[in-house]
Design a protein around this ligand. Structure first.
Ligand code: DC
Length: 231
């Protein structure tokens, strides 16, 4: 059956990438984590001293865009797509708190978004893709056949991100993780360029009380009901 585009948007840490990866694996689709692109620009700027003390000059960030090359590669061991920044696998570094603390401001810069959206559209031009982010259904792929808008209780989201950081050996206080999530939600929904909003034709998925399996089952059923392709 013909391939479709699946756009998943929503608040920070509500399991977008978990669902997107599972859907991509089940359907044999590509998975693209658009947040990883904004995180990569932020990591580059941090490493090159362009972001200092949580501040930066917009022009400096825009200038460094030409020096940033992004690529994605599927890792069969982790069964997941990994991000390469100028040929270096940065998957682990992208989740550091220092990146999370600066990424919303970097992603609010128009020129940054323009470059990332070009890459995202190129990656999705042949369909057969699951992409998650904040503006995928509203802006990157407004014609996506399936759009999901994900949300979950803030404490549950915090616990998930806290556990994820811990599993990567990064110890951060629960309240600090929660503060970062809420601040990013605020910045992502209030910025001028492509803010996070629910697309009119998106299906809302609150997964506060759902297990990963239940969530996947629910969405696969949605796809079947839409008489779309399930391998
Ligand atoms: O999905 P994430 O938490 O890794 O995303 C990191 C940040 O990147 C998020 O706070 C906002 C920004 N972002 C964005 O502006 N647009 C997207 N499509 C994806 C992420």
């Amino acid at each position: 059956m013909s391939k479709i585009t699946i756009a998943i948007d929503g608040y920070s840490s509500c399991g977008k990438s978990t669902l997107a990866k599972a859907l991509a694996a089940k359907l044999g689709y590509a998975y693209v984590d658009s947040g990883a692109m904004y995180r990569s620009v932020t990591l580059y700027a941090l490493r090159h001293g362009i972001i200092k003390d949580h501040g930066f000059l917009e022009d400096e960030i825009i200038k460094c865009l030409n020096d940033i090359n992004l690529a994605f590669q599927f890792n069969p061991n982790t069964k997941s797509s990994e991000t390469f920044l100028n040929s270096e696998n940065v998957e682990k570094e992208l989740r550091q708190m220092i990146v999370s603390e600066n990424v919303s401001k970097v992603s609010a810069i128009k020129a940054v978004r323009t470059k990332m959206i070009l890459i995202q559209r190129e990656l999705g031009k042949n369909k057969g893709i699951v992409m998650d982010g904040r503006d995928i259904g509203t802006n990157v792929f407004p014609d996506a056949e399936l759009k999901l808008f994900m949300t979950a209780d803030p404490d549950i989201r915090t616990q998930r991100r806290y556990d994820e950081l811990l599993s990567k050996g990064q110890h951060t206080a629960f309240l600090e993780v929660k503060k970062n999530l809420l601040e990013r939600d605020y910045e992502d929904t209030h910025r001028k360029e492509n803010p996070l909003t629910q697309a009119q034709d998106a299906i809302v998925l609150d997964n506060s009380e759902l297990s990963r399996e239940q969530q996947l089952e629910y969405v696969l059923k949605l796809i079947t009901d839409l008489t779309l392709s399930v391998n």
